[in-house]
Design a protein around this ligand. Structure first.
Ligand SMILES: Nc1nc2c(ncn2[C@@H]2O[C@H](COP(=O)(O)OP(=O)(O)O)[C@@H](O)[C@H]2O)c(=O)[nH]1
Ligand SMILES: [Mg+2]
Length: 396
């Protein structure tokens, strides 16, 4: 392979950053810019770790360790300051390395390994961006087991296994994939509800810091604010939207409100889960038809907030699909534990066995759907081999 360099650690400042230098001239290039500590001449032997400095002519850039991962693969571990990383990358570039992203570099080296199936390569790539430990376990299991194993089995048994059997398994895999996706890429939860019900207060409580503006003026949160939090095994992006208020939406003079409402509607469509925050001090009319329509086909967790104040909302008058409510006080934190439990229950994320087959890329999901719709065994066989060894598709 020609000489390539990539920063393997995520963007931002960490204590240490790792740069990979890969290619047939990597050894020679490194010898030109690395000065080993001590007197011994530099010997890059697979398995060795060397301590020294990266130098550009007379200028020392950083003290580093170099891991010799293979005859043509080196990992330079430098200090995490992005400026140092940039200087080393510039130096490597000036010595002939093409600078690429971690994903691109990994894809290059993985596709060069002929024994790896497309699913295995996808799993190795997905490991770079997995959001939770449970998700990482699931993805790691797909390299040899899980989906790789299931699809190989289909390929092997295509003569003995009936198409219906394969389709039933494919359907199950797709169902499991939805829950597992919440662990692999994270869960998007949208806070919705009438203005002033306490959405921003709840976001701040769950995120553990003050982020969304809390006021008692209706329609304060005109745009949206997001925050990350962990609940059990889940990594959740909470999105606080503009109150889904018909009065605001209908207000033709206020373009900002209108735009905010439109955006809210779009965010709602994308969400994995809606946290519907209702106000304990207002009657059931706070739930407007617009609001109901917008959350109609979504997974909804109904929350009654302001439990510390005298109640006016009769839970029995709520629509059937919103009847299993959780009472909380976002201000005092009362009931938040139950809310977290219900959230895990609704997403069913904790139930995913990491050994099961999971589709974790759009390519895999599309092919599984095609397989379920396949009309003949020949067509199915073609889809199955495409699934296992087809062209890698890097579009997210
Ligand atoms: N008593 C009480 N007040 C609350 C509670 N949660 C929020 N509030 C108040 O309700 C008002 C509206 O809250 P906010 O979070 O801005 O509502 P949003 O419009 O839904 O984002 C603020 O004055 C909050 O302090 C609660 O649990 N109890
Ligand atoms: Mg708000």
């Amino acid at each position: 392979m020609a000489l390539h360099a990539a920063v393997m650690t995520p963007k931002g400042t960490g204590a240490i950053a790792t740069i990979h230098l890969v290619g047939d001239t990597a050894d020679k290039t490194l010898k030109g810019i690395f000065k080993a500590a001590g007197l011994a001449p530099v010997q890059f032997k697979t398995g060795n770790i060397l301590l020294g400095t990266i130098v550009d002519a007379d200028r020392t850039i950083d003290q580093v360790t170099i891991g010799c991962e293979g005859p043509e693969i080196f990992a330079i571990h430098c200090h995490g300051n992005p400026l140092i990383v940039e200087m080393i990358m510039e130096l490597l570039h000036s010595r002939g390395a093409t600078l690429i992203s971690a994903e691109e570099l990994l894809t290059k080296s993985l596709t060069a390994e002929e024994s790896l199936s497309t699913i295995a390569i996808e799993a190795r790539l997905a490991q770079l961006s997995t959001k939770t430990i449970a998700g990482a376990r699931i993805v790691a299991n797909q390299i040899d087991g899980g989906l790789s194993e299931q699809v190989s089995q289909w390929l092997k048994d295509s003569q003995t296994m009936s198409l219906d059997e394969i389709k039933t398994q494919a359907e199950q895999t797709l169902r499991n994939s939805e829950k597992a996706g919440l662990l692999i890429v994270g869960c998007k939860a949208v806070l919705a509800g009438p203005p002033n019900s306490g959405k921003s207060t709840l976001l701040n409580h769950l995120a553990g810091r003050r982020k969304a503006v809390v006021t008692d003026v209706e329609g304060t949160t005109r745009d949206w604010v997001s925050a990350e939090c962990r609940i059990g095994p889940l990594y959740i992006t909470l999105i606080d939207t503009a109150g889904l208020d018909e009065k605001l939406a209908a207000n033709a003079d206020s373009t900002i409100d209108h735009v905010a409402q439109e955006r809210t509607a779009r965010i709602l469509t994308d969400a994995d889960l809606v946290l519907l925050v209702l106000d304990n001090t207002r009657n059931v009319n706070q739930i407007t038809k617009t609001l109901l329509d917008r959350i109609a086909d979504r997974k909804v967790l109904p929350i009654i907030n302001k439990a510390d104040l005298p109640p006016r909302l009769d839970p029995h008058r709520l629509p059937e699909n919103l009847s299993r409510t959780v009472m909380i006080s976002a201000e005092s934190g009362k009931g938040i534990d139950v809310l977290k439990e219900r959230l895990l229950e609704i997403t069913e994320a904790a139930e995913v066995d990491p050994r099961t087959a999971i589709a974790f890329t759009p390519r895999q999901k599309t092919l599984l759907k095609q397989l379920i719709a396949a009309e003949s065994s020949q067509h199915a066989a073609a889809i199955i081999s495409e699934l296992l060894n087809g062209q890698l598709c890097l579009d997210k």
